[in-house]
Design a protein around this ligand. Structure first.
Ligand code: KG4
Ligand code: ZN
Length: 353
């Protein structure tokens, strides 16, 4: 079964062809980073308009690279939630148009489920090992940061254990980079500079470190950096900037890793999975590997191309739905919220049942 995946939830226009075993036949991602860079963050209206310009070209390219025509495709999967409404609508309308014109079945996919299942994608001839189920996953991206227990590769068998009360980890990377005048998106830039810096030169405490909960908070650390910059100005010496990045990254990574390990122990699982754009971070990958080895847990980290936004993960999550015989009718709507049940309230604390 070959599935065409379409993704336009934020600032990447993406399309891919993937089979139900996760083999990636093609994977095309067109980033809008340059478009949003002058603003230091995604401008929703600009995102929608750019998706409109790019989407049919990106889909054609994905089919071409897969050596497929629409007639060779068995189903269409599209991100319908969560994301920016206007941006989601572009992908969803085009995917519905394709399904309507060809009579192909279509399924709506939750972007977070796509990220959590991206670890199963097989991008080359000798794919890396798959994590055993159940596993605990840390999903850290620009819009979401949470820990999940994944019992099966389907949305109804995924449970949130704890999430951020305020900013997502990726958002903190982007905002700190903006405060330091480093560019957008901030994650990869901070990652690169942190490798050259000395984290011990600046004291930035790890947020929510003493709390037993599996909740995160990244707005305090962002404000701390903003305050330092407004009081002392942006550091100009490259070594000082690198030290700043290293200290900030270490604080965020410590929080992410310690809570993920705690969750994996409490759930009694054998495996930990990293997902989302921040999982591309080299400091996070290294710290997670060390902590998992110490705790006797196996760590599974997808390649960076599977961590950041892409349509292959959407096609795969959709292929699993389609192979179970699931279909959506053409009337489905987009939503800014995930379908996964949440246990953490934005603004703080556990949700009441
Ligand atoms: O998953 P993703 O591509 O899009 C969302 O669904 O949000 O994640 C994008 C986020 C951005 O905030 C970006 O700065 C961050 O992931 N990111 C990184 C790295 N690469 C991307 N953060 C830290 N280190 C990286 N290497
Ligand atoms: Zn994402």
């Amino acid at each position: 079964m070959w599935v065409l995946g379409v993704e336009s939830s934020c600032d990447e226009t993406a399309a891919a062809v993937v089979d139900e075993r996760g083999h990636v036949r093609s994977d095309v991602v067109r980033s809008q980073a340059d478009l949003h860079a002058p603003y230091g963050g995604v401008v929703p209206e600009l995102a929608s308009r750019d998706h409109m310009r790019a989407i049919t070209v990106v889909i054609s390219e994905a089919l071409l690279r897969a050596g497929a025509k629409l007639g060779d495709i068995d189903g269409v999967a599209v991100t319908a939630r969560p994301g920016l409404s206007g941006a989601l609508l572009v992908g969803v309308q085009v995917a519905k148009g394709i399904a309507w014109a060809t009579g192909l079945p279509i399924v709506a996919v939750d972007h977070l489920v796509g990220h959590l299942l991206a670890v199963f994608l097989k991008r080359d001839e000798t794919p890396s090992a798959e994590p055993p189920l159940p596993f605990v996953a840390l999903l850290a991206s620009g819009g979401h940061t949470a820990i999940y227990r994944v019992d099966e590769a389907r949305a109804s068998a995924i449970r949130e254990l704890g999430a951020t009360r305020d900013d997502a980890a990726g958002e903190a990377f982007d905002k700190v980079a903006k405060a330091l005048g480093l560019g957008y998106p901030g994650g990869p830039i901070v990652d690169r500079l942190a490798a050259e810096g000395d984290a011990s030169r600046i004291r930035i405490p790890s947020p929510m470190a003493r709390r037993d909960s599996l909740e995160f908070s990244f707005s305090g650390i962002k404000s701390l950096v903003a305050r330092q910059v407004s009081e002392h100005g942006r550091p100009t010496d490259p070594a000082a900037v690198a030290d700043f990045c290293a200290a900030f990254q270490r604080a965020v990574v410590r929080s992410l890793v310690s809570k993920t390990i705690r969750a994996a122990r409490a759930e009694g699982v054998a495996a930990v999975v990293l997902a989302g754009g921040v999982a591309a971070n080299r400091g996070l990958r290294a710290a997670a590997a060390e902590a998992c080895a110490e705790a006797g847990l196996s760590l599974f980290v997808p390649p960076a191309s599977s961590c950041t936004d892409n349509a292959a993960m959407i096609a795969y999550a959709g292929a699993l739905r389609l192979s179970r015989g699931e279909r959506d009718d053409l009337g489905f709507a987009v939503s800014t919220r995930t379908e996964l049940q949440r246990v953490t309230r934005k603004g703080g604390g556990a949700r009441r049942a």
